[in-house]
Structures are given as structure tokens and as C-alpha cells.
Design a protein. Sequence first.
Length: 248
Amino acid sequence: MTRLRHRFDGPDDAPVLVLGPSLGTTMDLWEPQLAALTEAWRVLRYDLPGHGGSGVIHGTIGDFAAAVAGLLDALGLEKVAYGGVSLGGAIGTTLGVEHPERITSLVLCCTSARFGDPAAWHDRAAKVRAGGLEPLADTFLGRWFTPAYAGTAAARAMLAHVDAEGYAACCEALAAFDARDRLGEVSAPTLVVAGAEDVATPLSHAEALATGIPGARLVVVPGAAHLANLERPEPVTHAMLRHLERTP
């Protein structure tokens, strides 16, 4: 089993909330939400495969979700709430489908049941393998945030801790991902969060998730692009807290 770097924050006796980051970032993506969430939750953050301190996985998003489930097993965690951004959200959707008995609540932020044209992901993987991540950094930042956002340095710093081969492997996993026909199998109470100006996973993708997952609720964050929880932390945190308060 590939090792996923992880960290706990919050009270030892609180229910566990697992947080997964987005492609090209690390667990630090969730720093803006940490103080509020740890008042009532024991927060378990992890790095994606090939990101931060986690090993590379060449496989599917199902394999990534299995690695997270394996981490929960190793930590003795039977049931958890889960929140994820983008790729981290796709892992959450997969956990909700494959392990419904373990997921008490879901927050799917700026994510999708299918991430666009597979050929574009294979092309990006090839570019990263050929030239690394740094030449593409400005392009990524331009997709992650609105032009008005001035806090991109934190995201650039996270990208510096991503392995090029690990990133490319994640691109290939995203190319193959398609959960559209399985959304109805998600039984956990689900909040879908969308950035109103997200071009990476547009609002229509969030609407498809909210329509396909039974009982899901959609919150649209104005003035935010793909990393909405970083660009507009207050409304995202508020929406998450309201949703998680309803978790049994």
C-alpha cells in the first residue's frame, strides 16, 4: 500500500473529518478552514499521491480512494466525514460510492464527476514529464484563481512540493475518471460547493453533481475560481460548518 502523508489536528475525542486537496497542491490547501473546523472535529488531512510527502500511485482514482480507505484502516477509523477539493473531491465521490457505510457526510468542492476531455489530460501529463511543473505554474495559477486574487504565493509554494511524475500520474487518473452513472449510489448527506468563476470545473459540473447525488445541496461562491476555499475562505468555511453540523 502506498504511503499517504497525513496529519491530525483537533480534539482526540472528536469525530473525524478527512480533507483531501486538489491536483498540484498539498494538505496546506485547507489551512484557511482548519481553525474553525477543529473546534468540533478531529481533522485528518492527507497529501495526494505524488504530492507533498505521499508516494506516487500509477492507477485510477479508484486506486487513490482505496489508498485513503487503507489509511483509515491503518488508523483504526471506521466512519468519517470527508471533504475534498477537485481531485480530492473525486476521491470523496468514489469513497461515497465504494464505501457508503464509512462516509457519514460529504463536502465536494470545485470538483466534477468527469473532468473534461481525456486527451487534454494525457497531453498535460506528457508536458509535465517532458519539462516539469515550473514552466506551467503561471498557467495553473491563472486557472485556480480570479485575476483579482492577490494571494497566489501560497499556491505556488504548494506546487513546488509536487513530484512531476506523481502529477502526471494523477492527470492520467483524471483522464479515465467518469462517475456520472454512479452518482445515485452516494448515500451520504452531500454539500456541493462551486466557485462562480471556476473555469477548471465550471458551475455546470457542480450542478450535475448536485442533481445526480440524492438530496445534495449546492452552494455557489461568488468571486471565486477553482480553489474557492483558499480564495474565498469565509463563505466556504461557513457552508461547510452548516452542512457538517447536520452530520449524525
